[in-house]
Design a protein around this ligand. Structure first.
Ligand code: AMP
Ligand code: ZN
Length: 115
């Protein structure tokens, strides 16, 4: 995907504060952090959203979950974190390349949704 923001980060065309990289996924700090720890974990291959994910994406989506705890601990959220994947307009997705927010810090993140 030529113009996709996160594909451009994967290709090194745009800068990012990388905190983890393996053959399947990349993780970097969110540019507008909502909590002291706020990292985005993305598949290196372009997947537009979870609505477009297929059986073939099982391994990379699993890897995103498996690396989350290590990233959270490394970044200063040793006692837990929240992982969020927004999907489509109802889910509030703004960047159309699957990404999992890993948010945390020393204080509880707060209620899951605004009431
Ligand atoms: P979402 O609303 O789930 O699509 O979240 C998109 C996230 O991407 C937001 O939290 C943005 O702050 C973040 N973001 C947008 N551009 C960049 C960038 N160049 N580097 C890091 N994070 C970004
Ligand atoms: Zn992309």
């Amino acid at each position: 995907m030529q113009d996709c923001l996160f594909c451009r980060i994967v290709r090194g065309e745009l800068p990012a504060a990388k905190v983890h990289e393996d053959e399947l996924v990349l993780a970097f700090k969110d540019i507008q952090p909502q909590r002291p720890v706020h990292v985005l974990v993305i598949p290196k291959k372009h997947i537009t959203s979870l609505a477009q994910a297929t059986e073939d994406d099982t391994e990379v989506l699993g890897r995103m979950l498996v690396v989350a705890n290590r990233i959270a601990v490394d970044q200063g959220s040793p006692d837990g974190f929240r992982s969020i994947i927004n999907t489509g307009s109802i889910g509030g997705q703004e960047v159309m390349h699957v990404h999992m927010h890993v948010v945390g810090g020393q204080e509880p993140v707060g209620p899951m949704l605004k009431r």
